[in-house]
Design a protein around this ligand. Structure first.
Ligand SMILES: NC(=O)c1ccc[n+]([C@@H]2O[C@H](COP(=O)([O-])OP(=O)(O)OC[C@H]3O[C@@H](n4cnc5c(N)ncnc54)[C@H](OP(=O)(O)O)[C@@H]3O)[C@@H](O)[C@H]2O)c1
Length: 377
């Protein structure tokens, strides 16, 4: 009897850590990681507790960046993984303004110090830099790899065109691209997703948006079949794509457990396709002058071209820098809009996401060239 109970307890403990893994190229990663970004007001002990339980539940890939909370996010991750180094996959990012040879070395040392480690598993360039040649950045990142201080070199927010340019700049393999991917933002399905599958490139999917508002009932009904929540259905759908690993962030212990338990079922092909079709984004081209840009209380938003050119809020990249990048490497994703409630009747849409991209587009091409928008309903 006693032996039976011991076996049951041991198998229950074992199953708690049973997280599905994916092998993408040389990377072996859990089906889901943990995002440690954001600027939420929350004490460190709580954050550390979340990350530690996440690791225990098998979410051993932890994503952070030097820029998150001015380095504090890396410090918190460092405390959370103390004594667990070999169990975790640290994914961090260098900011584009540090992308020159000297800057990368310095930024990398800062990240190591804050994280309390002597190597990084996945080291990524956070955004393409319009100012520093990609050859220089890639060379510096690959030098760290040659020295054994970085296991895998990656990038983030790179369009397919830009990614290929980075690949041409270096002989080594760029092993990952961190991109926004959720039921609303599905731009990567146009090109990068299939490229990643053909070339074994990990896609770390940020902002998986686990609180869908639109068509929620459809997700709920699918969830009922598997006894899963809508968030678990969304995560499972994202991770059904061969190279995709979502990295949601949560500060809620119940959500954390929910996220970890989203992969112990295989969604039927019909359900997968239903989500694929119902959440098909509505993407059209619109005259930029028909889009209204309203100011916001939460973040700096430029409402005129003059303001965007001046960039007084010091946004990085600035609209001017991003314009250069758009001309060279294309736009990363459509801006997000909703149908305008403009009483004057001039504007067709209100901008809801892409406050820098919108002005960058106008700086690059003027107000007459239509811009791709994703209409959010
Ligand atoms: N490379 C880049 O440019 C970039 C940009 C943005 C983010 N990132 C990375 O991606 C990570 C995640 O992105 P994100 O924070 O923007 O987006 P996210 O993970 O989609 O959003 C976080 C929100 O989702 C909620 N959430 C998490 N699990 C949930 C669940 N099971 N049910 C309901 N709500 C849930 C969280 O609320 P609760 O706390 O209440 O659970 C929080 O409000 C970041 O931490 C960062 O590491 C990278």
């Amino acid at each position: 009897m006693g032996a039976c109970i011991t076996i049951l307890i041991l198998s229950w403990l074992g199953s708690r850590n049973k997280m599905q893994t994916k092998k993408i190229g040389k990377l072996v990663v859990p089906a889901i990681g943990q995002g440690a970004g954001g600027n939420d007001k929350c004490d460190d002990i709580h954050r550390i507790g979340i990350i530690r339980l996440g690791i225990e539940l098998g979410m051993t890939l932890i994503d952070t960046a030097e820029v998150y909370q001015d380095g504090h996010s890396e410090e918190v991750v460092g405390k959370a993984i103390s004594g667990l180094r070999e169990k975790v996959i640290i994914s961090t990012k260098v900011s584009p303004e540090h992308g020159d040879a000297v800057g990368i070395k310095k930024a990398f040392e800062g990240s190591l110090r804050r994280l309390g480690v002597d190597y990084i598993d996945i080291y990524q360039l956070h955004w393409p830099s319009p100012l520093i040649p990609i050859e220089e950045t890639m060379e510096a990142l690959f030098k760290l790899k040659e020295e054994g201080k970085v296991m895998h070199v990656g990038v983030s927010n790179f369009s397919l065109e830009k990614f290929k340019e980075a690949e041409r700049a270096i002989k080594g393999k760029i092993e990952s691209n961190q991109l926004e991917y959720n039921l609303v933002e599905r731009g990567i399905e146009e090109d990068f997703l299939s490229y990643s599958e053909e070339n074994d490139i990990l896609v770390l999917a940020y902002n998986p948006s686990l609180k869908p508002i639109k068509n929620r009932l459809i997700l709920e009904n699918i969830g009922k079949k598997y006894n899963k929540t809508t968030a678990q259905v969304v995560l499972n759908w994202l991770a059904s794509h061969k190279t995709v690993v979502p990295i949601p962030k949560t500060l809620n212990f119940d959500h954390l457990k929910e996220n970890a338990a989203a992969f112990d079922f295989k969604m039927a092909e019909d359900d997968f396709k239903e989500i694929q079709n119902v959440f098909q984004p509505k993407i059209v081209e619109v005259d930029p002058s028909k889009i209204r840009v309203l100011s916001s209380k939460n973040e700096p938003v430029y409402t005129t071209l003059e303001e965007a050119l001046k960039n007084n809020a010091n946004l990085k990249p600035s609209p001017v820098e991003l314009a250069k990048e758009i001309v060279e490497g294309g736009i990363l994703k459509p801006v997000r809009v909703k149908v305008s409630d403009d009483a004057g009747g001039w504007y067709e849409y209100d901008l809801i996401q892409g406050r820098v991209r919108y002005w960058a587009w106008i700086i690059a091409y003027g107000k007459d060239r239509p811009i791709k928008v994703c209409i959010y309903e």
